[in-house]
Design a protein around this ligand. Structure first.
Ligand SMILES: Nc1ncnc2c1ncn2[C@@H]1O[C@H](COP(=O)(O)OP(=O)(O)OP(=O)(O)O)[C@@H](O)[C@H]1O
Ligand SMILES: [Mg+2]
Length: 293
């Protein structure tokens, strides 16, 4: 991972050093995984669900006991695209060997009717699912599941923006996915989503396929204490200064929303050597103006 220019990252997970706290959340997730429990992780927007998953996967991969797959369903509109997203993640992780595409992946791609083409602009390989198989999503998922079961290490799959499957037309995607999860009981799943009510409904309504199938965990804001330590430390490391009172002001104004705290600190860090109260107000104002549209 490349070092960021600004220690307050606002785009994605950039490694442990730039990740504030969440130690208890991490322990909770690891405990669920070590005890064979699937998890639903949900929270308000921009609180840090996806970043936490990346942080967890960093930890699991370094432990050498697990292999992790991160799948984002945000951009998917139907079950074929979901299967394509899963296949792509598997291909990205296992497909490339020094001598080309591994034999087991070639077999898998053939089984699910996927072909690899090269993007004409970037030259990067892209996976496309053949139309001939699109009416058999369960079979494609079964083939993907068999491949995952053949791996020696334990596998943890995070499916981000999972509530997206409730939008798929036609097929009962919830039932199909539920069946898949049950076919591969050794694989651990973390279902993540930013639509609180939809996620809750999927896992708590009696008539739904995923009813009581996973542990529901709602992510809370990072504590002010932990954030104060994190922010102070990063300013100090760069020989800059910020007072705890300013941090509290930022935290309250952001209502503890991780992204907003990060954004304010990113600006303050860039603009000031010693942060004054008036500097904080200037940044609040800039952010409000930017958000006006
Ligand atoms: N513990 C943390 N320490 C520092 N930065 C964090 C932390 N958690 C999240 N962030 C940052 O906050 C921003 C929002 O986090 P993230 O995208 O993970 O939230 P999310 O809950 O998945 O949001 P969405 O609802 O949009 O999916 C990101 O820029 C991320 O880098
Ligand atoms: Mg997210």
């Amino acid at each position: 991972m490349k070092e960021p220019f600004n220690p307050f990252v606002i785009n994605t997970y950039q490694g442990k050093d730039y990740f504030c706290d969440r130690e208890n959340d991490l322990k909770m997730l690891i405990s669920h995984i070590e005890n064979d429990r699937n998890v639903v992780l949900y929270a308000w927007r921009r609180l840090g669900k996806s970043a936490l998953i990346h942080r967890l996967f960093d930890e699991l991969e370094t432990s050498k006991d697990y292999e992790t797959l991160y799948i984002d369903l945000l951009a998917t509109q139907n079950i074929d695209e979901a299967i394509q997203a899963i296949s792509s993640a598997i291909y990205e992780k296992y497909g490339k060997t020094s001598s080309g595409i591994s034999a087991s992946i070639q077999k898998l791609l053939a089984a699910i009717g996927a072909t690899i083409s090269f993007n004409a602009l970037s030259g990067t390989p892209e996976l496309t699912l053949g139309v001939n198989k699109s009416d058999q999503p369960s079979q494609s998922l079964a083939a993907l599941g068999d491949f995952l079961l053949s791996r020696k290490k334990r596998i943890v799959i995070a499916i981000d923006e999972f509530q997206q499957i409730t939008d798929y037309e036609g097929t009962n995607a919830e039932a199909i996915f539920r069946a898949w999860v049950q076919q591969i009981p050794e694989v651990r799943f973390i279902f993540c989503g930013s639509h609180r009510t939809l996620m809750e409904a999927m896992f708590t309504e009696k008539k739904r396929p995923f009813y009581q199938s996973s542990m529901l965990e709602s992510l809370q804001p990072i504590s002010l204490e932990a954030y104060t330590e994190f922010i102070t430390q990063h300013f100090q490391n760069a020989k800059k200064k910020i007072e705890p009172a300013s941090i509290e002001k930022i935290y309250k104004w952001s209502r503890g929303q991780t992204y907003t705290v990060q954004l304010v600190c990113n600006h303050l860090f860039a603009n000031n050597k010693k942060v004054m109260d008036s500097d904080v107000d200037i940044v609040f104002n800039q952010i409000l103006v930017q958000q006006q549209a």
